[in-house]
Design a protein around this ligand. Structure first.
Ligand code: HEM
Ligand code: HEM
Length: 179
């Protein structure tokens, strides 16, 4: 199997988690209780130790495959550049995001990594870093997928903007609920 094919296969497996994860954040618009109830429904799906270990290993593999592909292909131009740049941002984001969640859960006393935890970094000065940090993660994800579509002769120029809009919605939802 080629590296690009393996990267695509892993992406398909991670896609389900990503849809549920982002849907969970958007549920904030139906109220904090809706977010909490959905999170309690979803956690038993991705939190059991073997599932979580597989999920995190798949993300690590996705990053490693992506970086190898990017190193081979170079920066490129146009959509190829957008693909590599968005992939690099996803790697940067995930290497901060996942340890932040795991370390908080391992702290004494353990921190519940719920929406309040995600929102806690959006207040005050640190919000100047973390608001774009979250919004750009969804922009990067959408741009990465738009680039994949482009190379299948389907250009979705609106998709990166939709990702940015979704990112702003999540940030607004979190600050609105806990700000
Ligand atoms: C959440 C993590 C990621 C997801 C869900 C993801 C998803 C995808 C998808 C669906 C494709 C299209 C594959 C195809 O056209 O067949 C792709 C391609 C690509 N990704 Fe990622 N990716 C991720 C992380 C990364 C990272 C960290 C990099 C590093 C820069 C990266 C670099 C690339 C490159 C270079 C390609 C083009 C492969 C090729 O066809 O030559 N990706 N990615
Ligand atoms: C932009 C808005 C995002 C916010 C506010 C956010 C927030 C959170 C929160 C609160 C958790 C803890 C979940 C729990 O305790 O059940 C979490 C976990 C996680 N997030 Fe995100 N996230 C965002 C985007 C993303 C993206 C774009 C990705 C992947 C590309 C991602 C990947 C993960 C992973 C892998 C975990 C660990 C799951 C676990 O093992 O419990 N997140 N996130």
């Amino acid at each position: 199997m080629t590296l690009a094919r393996a990267h695509r296969l892993t992406a398909a497996m991670l896609g389900l988690f990503l849809v549920l994860h982002l849907g969970n954040h958007l549920a904030l618009f139906a109220g904090i209780e809706a977010h909490r109830s959905l999170q309690s429904l979803l956690r038993p799906l991705y939190r059991p130790a073997p599932v979580e270990a597989a999920l995190l290993a798949l993300f690590a593999l996705q990053i490693a495959l992506g970086l190898t592909l990017a190193r081979r292909r170079g920066l490129g131009r146009g959509w190829a550049l957008a693909q590599v740049a968005s992939g690099l941002y996803l790697a940067f984001f995930l290497l901060q995001h996942v340890p932040a969640v795991l370390l908080a859960r391992a702290a004494t006393p353990p921190v519940d990594t719920d929406a309040r935890f995600a929102a806690s970094v959006l207040s005050g000065w640190q919000g100047l870093y973390f608001a774009p940090y979250y919004a750009l993660a969804l922009t990067a994800l959408a741009t990465h997928l738009a680039a994949a579509a482009h190379f299948r002769r389907r250009t979705l120029r609106w998709l990166p903007w939709a990702g940015f809009g979704l990112g702003l919605l999540v940030v607004t939802g979190l600050t609105g609920a806990f700000g």
